[in-house]
Design a protein around this ligand. Sequence first.
Ligand code: TRP
Length: 478
Amino acid sequence: MSQLKLSKEGWSNQTLFILAAVGSAVGLGNIWKFPYITGENGGGAFVLVYLACVLLIGIPVLLSEIALGRAGKANPVQAMANLAHENKASRLWFLLGLNGVLAGALILSFYTVIAGWGVAYFFESLLGTFNGIGKEAVGEHFSTMLASPMQLLFWHTVVSIITVYIVSKGVKSGLERAISFMMPGLLLILLVLLGYATTTGAFGQSFSFLFSPDFSKLSWQAVLTAMGHAFFTLSIGLGTMMVYGSYLSNKYSIVKAGVWIAFADTAVALLAGLIIFSIVFANGLEPGSGPGLLFQTLPIAFGQMTGGWFFGTLFFALVIMAALSSSISLIEPAVSWFDQNWGIKRKKAAWILGSLIWFIGIGTVLSFNEWSDVHFLGDRTFFDSVDFITANIMLPLGGLLMAVFVAWVVSPKDRAEYIDLNSRLMNWFVFDLKWIAPVAILTVFATNLVGADSVLLMILVSLAVYGVYVWNAMRKNG
Ligand code: TRP
């Protein structure tokens, strides 16, 4: 593990890196997950916490993660081993990479199932199923699809195969080509839909649902979900950005890339939310109806609007592409680990891992029908459990460790070399990574674990535990 293995592949230029990173960040998390969890958690206050997490935790961790990947020049497991070795830190840091590889596999296992719904809807839209459709029929249509394990399994398989196929082709020919044309298209169609949303008569209501916070609706569980989602939507905490950073040449700006990624990602989520809740309120639908929200709202809009067949088909095509540019980035850390550390060639690694992940995904397929009453973590279905462990636990934990590594282990000189911030911003950045992000993450964990009787107490406990850990580690290193 202490051998220094280096990545040989690379991005053609910085724009392609940004496109790929944005392609990874923008995905089902923005279009499908953000609206439905916002609906389930009461709107405004949840959105505010999510935005605060993106700003105070997400962006600093994003910059750190890209920098770690570029400096460690390898897959997450090896990159962390390399960096720990260089900085004379504990060898156990490789576990951070392993946590990511595992989380990536778990997330992908349900990601392909949901993306599969998108593929099904693409074909249905193409065949005109949604022309003039009403809200009852849309709801029924969705339930019928969920009730059929065979149908879900089929589309899950299709998406899995396409994902593995792209990844098996490698960075230049596979990833870049798939990504460079979909982002502008997605933005364009969201603007068309936004135009439609303003004609529904519920646009104002949708706006205030998203942007006027009512903190009485906010639970600590919701805060954890919002924080977890900040990680999920930015593709951080796992090693995706590390791997993509490892393919990035030293002459490019990490800060510029990071700002673009965060901006594009947040914009798409908020646009999607505005559109979907306009349709929800205009049709008297339930904002908290769960993972089906996207699929039970947009077809109504396409059914009503002029050119709906065209826009609907195009929209689902773009959802598929947004999902694929994210799904390939979920398996990439594991594939590059197999390739670089275990000598299993990219192509073979992609198929082996893909098959394994596909198999785990069957649990998610069944959680919407045969296993809908089978509970795993608490009262969560298989899908909800995997989603919870990954987004709400593994990603924030990974992000916490990345922040700690960049803030405490990396030397100030190296840090200045890795991340192109001026000295004032750098001070802020380091303070945030040292204290704000870790203590915030620990506090949210603690309140969810122990209950939230006294948040102040939880902050103090987290601060104390963290402070002792840092002090101890500092003392050992002299
Ligand atoms: N960010 C993607 C989305 O919002 C999903 C994703 C891709 C991801 N790569 C990731 C999430 C790495 C966490 C970590 O759909």
